[in-house]
Structures are given as C-alpha cells and as structure tokens.
Unconditional design. Structure first.
Length: 212
C-alpha cells in the first residue's frame, strides 16, 4: 500500500479502483462476514487494532453506541451483533466506506444507522452512551485531537469513550491527551503492539481552540 492510497481513507470519494474482497472474522465468539475494498481502511483483512477494540470494549445492554471512523464497519457490526438492543450508529467521511458499512450490517442481519460525512457535522448535537474509535492517526495530530474534543462533548454524563492505538504510533502520548479531556483514563488491554484505553467523565471545556 502506498502513502497515496492510505490518504484515500480520509477522502470523501476515493479515486483508487474498486476491488471488493470478502472476509470472515471471528470476534466475541461470533463469526461475521464482511466486504472490504480498496480506498477504505483495513482492505482485505481485519485490522488488529480495531479487532482488539471490538473484543475489549465493555458494551452496555442498551443505549446509544457510536463507531467513529467506521471504515467498513467492524466495530459497529460487532456491537450490534453482541447487543441487539443497542442503537448503533456508524460514521465515516469516506463514501465507499459508508456503502460497505451498510452492506456489512445487512450481511450480518443486524441493525444500525450509517452517517456519511464529516463526523462533527453529521452528528450534530447527538449524544451517546459509548463512543469507540480507532482514530485516524495518519490524518494528523489536529484531526485526532479534534475527534477527542468532540467525542468528550458528545458523551452522555455516564458515557465512556474507547480508543485503540498502536504503541509505536504514540498510543501513550494520545492517552495523555485524553487525560486533558476526561477525569478518568485507563488502559484496559495491550496486545500485538496495540493499546486500548477507556475514558470517562469528560472535563467541561468551552472550546478546543488549542487543538486546531
């Protein structure tokens, strides 16, 4: 994969040719089927970080769940499959990713809503009980910190934000950034070079201007 193709993940309309590939993934004791495609993160395989996040996040039985930066929908589909009473939303700026996420919800016979576009604009003032994300580190620090700030504001009072990041790509540094936005941040898992963090109790901040 070239740097140019990786940049397609964050484009609204990827220009690389479509070459769909079907895969099967066993997560949380369930065997799930997915379509993947070029120009969308984690082509042809389950990203190990996203898979670890999907396995480790502590899902409520019901409420509002958000898969932020869903790509082809692994985390959101796992949540919908594991907790049928959850109201699952998936969001991504990449139109090809959104099409795949909708297809993968159908393939696995689970319910969910897919929003396509800039997440902050698409979500508006909606609130969630759990937000899960494999943040777009390759898109740059400003994009990741903006995600953290909006996620903190989009959580309900008792909600939690779950993040996975590669240790070699600054996971511990990102955890410190979470500590500037949440009262409690804990590392819940570490495997295969990835770390999963849970953040609770957003700190009230009027703006994230310093993140821009």
């Amino acid at each position: 994969m070239t740097d140019g193709e990786q940049g397609q993940y964050f484009a609204q309309r990827p220009t690389v040719p479509s070459e769909p590939v079907a895969i099967e993934v066993k997560v949380r004791g369930r065997r799930l089927r997915f379509m993947t495609d070029r120009g969308v993160f984690s082509y042809g395989r389950a990203d190990p970080g996203s898979r670890l996040l999907a396995e480790q996040m502590r899902l409520p039985d019901e409420g509002e769940f958000l898969d932020w930066g869903c790509a082809w929908g692994l985390v959101g589909v796992v949540a919908a499959s594991a907790r049928p009473r959850l109201r699952v939303t998936l969001v991504d700026i990449n139109e090809r990713a959104c099409e795949l996420a909708r297809e993968n919800l159908r393939r696995n016979a689970v319910e969910g809503e897919v929003l396509c576009g800039d997440a902050a604009e698409a979500l508006g003032e909606r609130q969630f009980d759990l937000i899960a994300s494999n943040p777009p580190i390759s898109a740059g620090r400003a994009a990741v910190l903006a995600l953290f700030g909006h996620a903190a504001r989009a959580l309900r009072p008792a909600g939690s934000f779950w993040m996975v990041a590669a240790t070699k790509k600054g996971a511990k540094t990102l955890a410190r950034e979470l500590e500037a936005r949440f009262v409690r941040v804990e590392q819940t898992a570490m495997r295969g070079g990835y770390r999963v963090y849970r953040a609770d109790e957003p700190i009230d901040r009027e703006a994230d201007d310093r993140d821009q």
